[in-house]
Write a protein that binds this ligand. Structure first.
Ligand code: NI
Length: 176
């Protein structure tokens, strides 16, 4: 397994529309394993292929308390949504930024597993939020896109500042 590089906002590659997965081969299984490892090592609860610059309709997540129940959704589709919930979201591609986002409370998702088998699930709460957030990535949408242009611009500036500070600190220290 290998850890993958996660793209960060405002990288234009995060805007690319993902394509349907057609071959359920060994390369796909390796991608699923690598994405799962990358998600765990970054302390995330979900990761979409778009975030690792692979533009295929595929996402991994683990919303379990002990982080020991990884799930994969390939070619996911939302068949039905109901209710509303607002929760604070963050994103591995927008580090250190959190904002309230309104999503459906319940979603029925149809997807395929790594062998290509179809399954259908009715999700609620955090699991439903996570699938909706990751599916947004697959169509090039980030949670900050739900914010006003003014707030989104503030997020952009804050991230630029964070990166500059990190680069400066690395330059001033011996980073091995
Ligand atoms: Ni995200």
């Amino acid at each position: 397994m290998a850890e993958l590089n996660i793209l960060e906002f405002p990288d234009p590659r995060l805007k690319v529309m993902a394509k349907t997965v057609e071959s359920f081969d060994a390369a796909l299984k390796k991608l699923v394993a690598d994405m799962t490892e990358t998600m765990y090592s970054a302390n995330g609860i979900g990761l979409a292929a778009t975030q690792v610059n692979v533009h295929k309709r595929l996402l991994v997540l683990d919303v379990s308390e002990n982080h020991d129940q990884p799930c994969v959704y390939i070619n996911p589709q939302i068949l039905d949504r109901s209710g509303e919930q607002i929760s604070e979201e963050g994103c591995l591609s927008v580090p250190g930024i959190y904002a309230n986002v309104k999503r459906a409370e319940n979603v029925t998702v149809k997807a395929q597993d790594a062998d290509g088998n179809f399954f259908e699930e009715r999700l609620e709460g955090l699991h439903a939020v996570c699938v909706q957030h990751e599916m947004d990535h697959l169509i090039g949408r980030l949670f900050v896109d739900y914010l006003s242009p003014l707030r989104r611009n503030m997020v952009k500036k804050k991230l630029e500042k964070q990166r500059k500070t990190a680069a400066q600190e690395a330059a001033e220290h011996l980073v091995i």
